[in-house]
Design a protein around this ligand. Structure first.
Ligand SMILES: Nc1nc2c(ncn2[C@@H]2O[C@H](COP(=O)(O)OP(=O)(O)OP(=O)(O)O)[C@@H](O)[C@H]2O)c(=O)[nH]1
Ligand SMILES: [Mg+2]
Length: 489
C-alpha cells in the first residue's frame, strides 16, 4: 500500500467525526501524510503497531487496541496505556474522502474515549482539525467541487427529508451539471474568439455575430433558469417561514399551538397576551415549515406591546407566507406590508366552533364563516379558510392551501435537478448574468465590440461563474465557505 504519497507540507489532522455525547460508537478521523505513521503509534492490530511486518490492507477494517502513543522508535516491549478496543479503517490516498492517507478509528462512544484517542493522535504528531478541514482538503485535492463541498454541509444541517434529498442530489453533481450546460458553450465561444484573433487574416474562422448573440442569449436564459431556483434553495435550507398575524385575541397563539402540536405560546382571554415572536418548526410532507406567532396588531397599544407589534410587522414582511387571522365577523387588520416583495397572504377565520358571526367586514359574499374551508365566493373573491383551534376543524384545508402555495416555489424541480443555491451562488450567477447581458447589449446596439474585447469580457464572466464550483478560488473564498462546517467534517 502506497502511504505517504501526499504533499509533505500538509499537516496531518485529527478530529472526532461524530458528535459529542453518549452513543454506541464514536469515529475519530486522521488525515494527512503522517496518518499511517501516527496510527501505528496509537493502534495495535493486524498491519499496525511498532513492529510493522505486513502493512494493512487498504479499506479493510481491522480490530485492535487503541492506546497512548508508543515511542517513535517503536519499542515492542513498552507496556501499553490502553484507551479502548476498536476498529481501524486505513484508506490510502487518493482513495479516501480527503484524497489523502486517512485512518478512521471506530471506538466506543461517550465523552472520554474519543477525546483520549484525539489526544493520543495529537501527542503522536497530528494537529487538531479546524471546522470543515477534511472537506476543505477533499476540495483542494480535487475530490469535490466547492458547491459539492457546500452540499456536504447542507446535508449535515438538513432540517427536513426534502432538504436532505436536495443536498445529496447537489453532492452528486446536480448544480455542476446545470452550470456546465451554461459554461461549456461560452467556453467554446471563447476558444473560437481567441482562435479568430490568432488567425484574423483567415476569413473562414471569423464567428458570425448572429451566432455569438445566440450563444449569449442561451447562456442568459440558462442562468435565468438557475436563478429562478434560488428561492427554493433558501426554502429548503431554512424551511418555509409561516407567520401568523392578526388583531389581538384573534386566536393566533391558539392556532399556532394547534399547528405546532405543542403548548408553546401563552394563550389568554386578555387581548395583548403575545409580545415577542415565538417560533417553532413543523415537519410535514417531507418539508420543514417554521411557524411564527406574533403580537396582535392594534393602534392603541402601550409602549411594550407596541414594540411587539413592530416586531410582528417586521416578521410578517420577511415571511414566505402570512396567515392573516381574524375572528369570524371581525374585520381584517392592516398588515402594512411593503409594496415591493411582500409575501402572499392567506386569510384565516378563527373560532368557527363558536358558530360564526354574519356580516364579517371582509368575509366575502358568504357573509359569516363556516367550517367548510377555502373556496371562492359568488363574487370570485377567496373565501377565508374557517378554522377552530378548539375542534381542529379546517386545519387540513389550511394545510392543503399552504401546500398548494408551496408547490409554486419550484422545490420539486430544485430537488430533482440537485440545485440548492445559496447566497454566494446567487451573487455569482447574478453578476455573470449582468456581464453577459452587457456584452449582448453591445452587439444588440450595433456596436460590435470586436473579438478581443468580447473574449476578455467572456473570460472574466467564466472566471466569475467558475467561483461557484471552485474552479477559480481564493483563500478568502475558501475561508468563507468552510467557516460554517462542523469540526470533524
Ligand atoms: N372557542 C374558541 N376559542 C378560541 C379559539 N382560539 C382561541 N380562542 C380563545 O380566544 C382567546 C384568545 O386566544 P389567543 O390564542 O391567546 O389569541 P391571540 O390572537 O394569540 O391573542 P394576543 O396574543 O393577545 O394577540 C382565548 O381565550 C382562547 O381560549 C377557538 O378556535 N375557539
Ligand atoms: Mg397570542
Amino acid at each position: 500500500m502506497d502511504f505517504g504519497s501526499n504533499d509533505p507540507v500538509m499537516d496531518t489532522v485529527v478530529a472526532r467525526a461524530t458528535p459529542e455525547g453518549e452513543g454506541g460508537l464514536a469515529v475519530v478521523r486522521l488525515s494527512g501524510p503522517g496518518a499511517m505513521t501516527i496510527a501505528r503509534r496509537v493502534f495495535l492490530g493486524p498491519g499496525f503497531g511498532p513492529a510493522l511486518a505486513t502493512p494493512p490492507a487498504p479499506r479493510r477494517a481491522v480490530y485492535g487496541i487503541l492506546h497512548a502513543p508508543t515511542d517513535a522508535q517503536g519499542d515492542e516491549n513498552q507496556p501499553l496505556d490502553i484507551i479502548d478496543e476498536a476498529l481501524a479503517l486505513p484508506m490510502p490516498g487518493p482513495h479516501s474522502y480527503t484524497g489523502e492517507d486517512t485512518v478512521e478509528f471506530f471506538c466506543h462512544g461517550g465523552r472520554q474515549v474519543a477525546a483520549a484517542v484525539v489526544r493520543a493522535c495529537q501527542e503522536a504528531g497530528a494537529v487538531a482539525a479546524p471546522p470543515g478541514e477534511f472537506t476543505r482538503r477533499a476540495f483542494l485535492n480535487g475530490r469535490l467541487t466547492l458547491d459539492q463541498a457546500e452540499a456536504v454541509a447542507d446535508l449535515i444541517a438538513a432540517g427536513s427529508e426534502q432538504a436532505a434529498r436536495a443536498a445529496v442530489a447537489q453532492l452528486r453533481g446536480g448544480l455542476d451539471a446545470e452550470l456546465g450546460a451554461v459554461e461549456w458553450p461560452l467556453l467554446d465561444l471563447l476558444v473560437r474568439l481567441e482562435g479568430s484573433l490568432e488567425f484574423s487574416d483567415d476569413d473562414d474562422v471569423a464567428i458570425p455575430v448572429t451566432e455569438t448573440r445566440l450563444t449569449l442569449n442561451e447562456a442568459i436564459e440558462g442562468l435565468d433558469h438557475l436563478l429562478a431556483l434560488a428561492p427554493a434553495g433558501r426554502l429548503l435550507r431554512e424551511g418555509i417561514h409561516l407567520v401568523l398575524a392578526g388583531a389581538p385575541n384573534a386566536g393566533k397563539s391558539s392556532l399556532f399551538n394547534r399547528l405546532v402540536g405543542d403548548d408553546r405560546a401563552l394563550v389568554d382571554a386578555e387581548p395583548g397576551t403575545t409580545r415577542d415572536v415565538v417560533a417553532a418548526p413543523v415537519r410535514r410532507g417531507g418539508r420543514l415549515y417554521v411557524l411564527h406567532d406574533t403580537a396582535g396588531l392594534r393602534d392603541d397599544a402601550g409602549r411594550v406591546e407596541t414594540m411587539g407589534i413592530t416586531r410582528a410587522r417586521e416578521t410578517a414582511a420577511g415571511a414566505d407566507l402570512v396567515l392573516l387571522l381574524a375572528e369570524a365577523g371581525d374585520g381584517w387588520p392592516s398588515l402594512a406590508l411593503p409594496e415591493v416583495g411582500a409575501p402572499p397572504v392567506l386569510r384565516v377565520a378563527t373560532k368557527c366552533d363558536l358558530g360564526g358571526a354574519t356580516g364579517g367586514a371582509t368575509g366575502g359574499a358568504t357573509g359569516g364563516w363556516t367550517c367548510a374551508g377555502a373556496s371562492r365566493g359568488a363574487d370570485g373573491a377567496a373565501v377565508p379558510i374557517a378554522t377552530s383551534a378548539v375542534t381542529g376543524a379546517g386545519l387540513d384545508t389550511l394545510w392543503a392551501a399552504i401546500e398548494k402555495l408551496a408547490e409554486t416555489w419550484n422545490l420539486d424541480e430544485a430537488i430533482s435537478l440537485g440545485v440548492v443555491l445559496n447566497e454566494r451562488h446567487r451573487q455569482r450567477l447574478l453578476e455573470g448574468r449582468d456581464e453577459l447581458s452587457q456584452l449582448l447589449g453591445l452587439y444588440d446596439g450595433g456596436a460590435d465590440p470586436g473579438d478581443e474585447v468580447a473574449g476578455t469580457l467572456l473570460a472574466a464572466t467564466l472566471a466569475r461563474l467558475g467561483e461557484i464550483s471552485g474552479r477559480v478560488f481564493s483563500e478568502q473564498l475558501l475561508d468563507g465557505v468552510f467557516r460554517r462546517f462542523c469540526v470533524g467534517k
